[in-house]
Design a protein. Structure first.
Length: 424
DNA sequence: TCTGGGGTCCTAGGACCC
DNA sequence: TCTGGGGTCCTAGGACCC
């Protein structure tokens, strides 16, 4: 009987992805501590190795380490998602040339190496890293294992130990034992703080400990997800590679305000702008929505009275028309609004998404005539002349509530007027 | 003064039905 | 002197991920 092909999944993870993207286009950022901030210039969401070495943790609020930033001349950047999204597409374009691929997140891709398994995979993985680096400028690490969870774990091991040269292969059970015994269970993919605490109470602190937990006990302790994790750590793949992206279920546009908002009029403007952006995203996916909710809430970190204003409504008929979504969002927020609070954040969430041809027909609520053609024209104008060229009046022009983004780099790869310039 | 945004999956519990 | 059992659907909230 022929032996079944050995399962081998590779996870390619870009190193310090956002920082690496910035460094591709600005060499002055190389070799110095660099951090990229979240929206609103709030906290650090990407750090160069030099910044990690200074002890700056993921998610640290920028204002808390102002001193350290000045002392060590940390280069601080606002996030530039147009650049990162486009660089991510470049990396994936390289990877799909190697093997069937699942783009898991903006900086991680799984590859199915089963067809190539049975020989040493390390030279292939090194070739893959070198090709991505040469063609995109982005450094990566590669982890290989018989399941997604073990591939993730192998990747973390490759990142942690420079001696491995950026590649760690855990397909062989002998290779796994030592790595799992040294790997903190709290860092296993799928184990968050709540589960880690429950496991610690049982004396389980390493990935090896979780692997050896009775699957039934794992299910009782957590959920079916924790039981699956035990099997995955034992080398049994429970999570399939998703070569075709599953249909999207929901979509949200939420933003903190640049400063506290106290009036309904201002919050309505913000929510109209968010609904406008949500409608654009919805149409870009070729979908319509059946349900919308809008919210505004106060800042949970701040003292003072807290309030979370939120309402949802059905969209009948289902729609992707900016005018419908802006109107629905405004009605929801106005209905939920209470005066007397300092609101910090607002958003619009769309759910029950489906392609228009799958949307139920309604007898009495006909869709707006000409909606599709009008929206297509608006999208074309905004694509050609820049986002925000055409927008509903309700979204306002003052935008005093808008976010800070004081340090954004140019959109090198997606805007002609922001192309990098080389002087020779 | 200053603490992100956008997703998915799972479960419990209520409403409702036969 | 005593109130079934089982099924589906929906929603809210928790947990986790990047």
């Amino acid at each position: 009987m022929a032996e079944a092909p050995r399962a081998a999944l590779a996870l390619i993870d870009c190193n310090n992805f956002y920082v690496s993207c910035e460094r591709v286009f600005d060499p002055r950022l190389r070799g110095v501590p660099v951090g990229v901030l979240s929206n609103n210039d709030g906290c650090f969401i990407a750090r160069s190795e030099e910044l990690k070495a200074l002890g700056v943790r993921m998610g640290t609020p920028a204002f808390q380490i102002r001193d350290l930033i000045r002392r060590h001349r940390v280069r601080v950047l606002s996030s530039n998602y147009a650049l990162y999204g486009s660089m991510s597409a470049r990396v994936n374009a390289v990877l799909v040339g190697f093997a069937p691929a699942e783009a898991y997140s903006i900086d991680e891709t799984f590859l199915d190496l089963a067809g190539i398994a049975g020989r040493d995979l390390r030279p292939l993985c090194q070739d893959l890293r070198a090709t991505v680096l040469r063609w995109t400028g982005i450094p990566t690490c590669v982890g290989v294992g018989p399941s997604k969870t073990l591939a993730k774990l192998a990747n973390a091991a490759a990142k942690a130990d420079p001696a491995l040269g950026g590649v760690c292969d855990l397909t062989e059970p002998q290779a796994r034992a030592a790595v799992l015994a040294a790997f903190p269970v709290a860092e296993v993919w799928g184990v968050g703080p709540a589960t880690a605490a429950k496991l610690a109470a049982l004396g389980i602190t390493t990935a090896a400990g979780l692997r050896d937990l009775d699957p039934k006990q794992a299910r009782a302790l957590g959920t079916v997800a924790l039981e699956r994790l035990v099997w995955e750590l034992r080398g049994l793949a429970c999570l399939d590679l998703e070569l075709v992206a599953p249909p999207r279920k929901g979509l949200a546009v939420t933003r903190s305000f640049g400063r506290p908002v106290t009036t309904l009029a201002e919050a309505l403007e913000a929510v109209a702008a968010h609904a406008t952006r949500a409608a654009e995203k919805l149409r870009a996916h070729g979908l319509v929505a059946g349900r919308l909710s809008a919210f505004a809430h106060t800042a949970p970190h701040h003292p003072g009275p807290q309030h979370h204003a939120a309402r949802a409504t059905a969209l009948v008929p289902m729609t992707a028309d900016t005018r419908d979504l802006v109107a629905a969002a405004g009605r929801c927020l106005a209905a939920a609004w209470r005066d007397g609070f300092a609101y910090a954040k607002a958003g619009v969430v769309l759910e029950d998404l489906c392609p228009p041809e799958a949307a139920p027909r309604t007898l009495f609520d006909a869709p707006r005539p000409g909606s599709e053609r009008l929206m297509a024209a608006v999208d074309r104008l905004n694509a050609r002349f820049g986002r925000g060229t055409v927008f509903p009046a309700a979204a306002g022009t003052e935008r005093a509530w808008a976010q800070r983004a004081a340090h954004r780099s140019p959109r090198y790869t997606t805007r002609l007027d922001e192309l990098p310039v080389a002087r020779a």
